[in-house]
Design a protein around this ligand. Structure first.
Ligand SMILES: Nc1ncnc2c1ncn2[C@@H]1O[C@H](COP(=O)(O)OP(=O)(O)O)[C@@H](O)[C@H]1O
Ligand SMILES: [Mg+2]
Length: 436
């Protein structure tokens, strides 16, 4: 294994790779950037080399795109894997790769047809990326498919809810010899390639729940406030004191019929900080006060016509041309807006990804809220994790008074590609938002 000699692996990486040969399943869980994926890929190369001739070799991830980005591309990095990098052949978009001369099938768990495909397979080796994101039945199915004698499963994941099936039914049972399972927990200290400054900025970019999970590598439950790093002293600015905006990145709209309808406009300041500059809300005071989509559309469009910034002339505000993204569940409201001449897009609604992005922005003070956004400022402290869902192994906020918080999340996550290059978060999140 010449590559192992060249790469400055940490002791834990080496031991985990060598030990992986002795177990049916190896799970590397822990912090981000901890060297889990690199260790699992090395173990995978080793296993491909020794794999039985019978049975298929597969790589499993959330989608084909995440497999390509998180596994295939790093495998093709010559700086890390030297000559082995050239032994990985793959055409983007294809669900097949050839690795060390063997055909490897790439299976995205969120692809419904892929699950059907998995059902008919007999496998000898699987590499799994972001294992906690796989539905339990998919993981169970996968284990059943690994039926060839000597079959092996190599999986990485960030920690999740402690009641998650992967923790309770697998990792926690590692001491049972019948499981033939070895679980590792990595932190950034186990990755010898990181410089201290990178480690420090990465640590600073997570708070609360995400710090405990993604930095310390602990499986902890989502409890308390979702945005518990929010601090009005740091994150709320007077509207009159807003800096100039480079551009408005977008408007997010959460639609309610019996609930409030809320819109938040987000701009990118000249200081490369994102600002919730302005909001619009309609709160029905009673069932009778409920507004129709026609009326809500009217209200939203009147507000959009501005002004939204202290520098704008209230008598002739500039026309706002940024994207307007709407709660993907509110298709009928989007039709109404379209009829009224306002074209909109469906908002990205991967809730956890969005929450992680918003909290990462708050942690490094890259998201601030103008005091005009009264509804948003009021909602944030009361936006809490649902402890009942937590007990069932799911992370999900309580769906109550979450209208403005949803709208700002929609505005930010749906437009992330536009602002991301200007607003550097210390960690570069690998998860991509799921199309709504
Ligand atoms: N032993 C090592 N030597 C050199 N670079 C490494 C080593 N381990 C990890 N890295 C690099 O550190 C970064 C994070 O490693 P990765 O395995 O992707 O972490 P994780 O999967 O835990 O998030 C990657 O850029 C990877 O190439
Ligand atoms: Mg990884």
């Amino acid at each position: 294994m010449n590559v192992l000699d060249d790469l400055p692996l940490s002791r834990k990486q080496i031991v985990s790779i060598v030990e992986a040969r002795r177990y049916r399943t190896t799970i590397w869980s822990g912090a981000v950037r901890a060297g889990k994926t690199i260790a699992s890929i090395l173990a995978f190369y080793d296993a491909v080399h020794k794999a039985p001739d019978t049975g298929l070799i597969i790589i499993v991830g959330r989608t084909l795109q995440t497999i390509e980005r998180n596994i295939i591309e790093p495998m093709q990095d010559e700086n890390v894997f030297g000559p082995w990098a050239a032994e990985v052949h793959h055409t983007r978009g294809s669900n097949i790769a050839v690795i060390l001369g063997r055909t490897v099938h790439l299976i995205g768990a969120s692809d419904v047809r892929a699950e059907g495909k998995l059902r008919g397979m007999t496998c000898c080796l699987a590499l799994v990326d972001e294992a906690t994101l796989l539905p339990e039945n998919f993981w169970t199915q996968l284990q059943a498919r690994l039926s060839v004698p000597g079959a092996r499963c190599l999986a990485t994941t960030n920690p999740d809810n402690p009641a998650h099936y992967l923790k309770t039914k697998f990792i926690d049972k590692a001491s049972d010899p019948e499981m033939r399972l070895r679980a590792w927990n990595f932190t950034m200290d186990d990755n010898p390639s990181l410089d201290p400054e990178f480690v420090a900025t990465t640590k600073a970019s997570f708070t609360g729940l995400f710090y405990l999970r993604n930095i310390l590598g602990h499986w902890v439950a989502a409890e308390g406030g979702v945005y518990d790093c929010f601090d009005p002293d740091r994150h709320v600015v007077k509207w009159a004191d807003l800096p100039e905006m480079q551009w408005y990145v977008g408007v997010g709209v959460d639609h309610g019929t019996t609930n409030p309808t809320a819109a938040t406009m987000v701009g990118l300041g000249v200081d490369n900080v994102l600002y919730a500059v302005d909001e619009w809300r309609y709160e029905p005071s009673s069932k009778e006060a409920r507004r129709t989509n026609v009326q809500l559309s009217q209200g939203l469009r009147t507000w959009l016509a501005g002004p939204h910034h202290p520098s704008e002339d209230p008598d002739s505000p500039p026309r706002i041309t940024c994207p307007v993204v709407v709660d993907p569940a509110a298709a009928d409201f989007r039709v109404q807006l379209k009829q009224d001449g306002l074209s909109t897009g469906p908002a990205q609604n991967d809730v956890l990804y969005g929450i992680r992005t918003v909290s990462a922005l708050f942690s490094v003070d890259k998201l601030k809220i103008a005091d005009r956004c009264v509804g948003l400022i009021k909602e944030i402290p009361g936006y809490v994790w649902d402890t009942k869902a937590t007990e069932e192994g799911k992370d999900q906020p309580i769906k109550l008074d979450d209208h403005s918080v949803d709208s700002v999340r929609y505005a930010l996550v749906s437009t992330e590609r536009k602002w991301r290059r200007r607003v550097k978060l210390a960690h570069d999140s690998k998860a991509e938002p799921v199309a709504a």
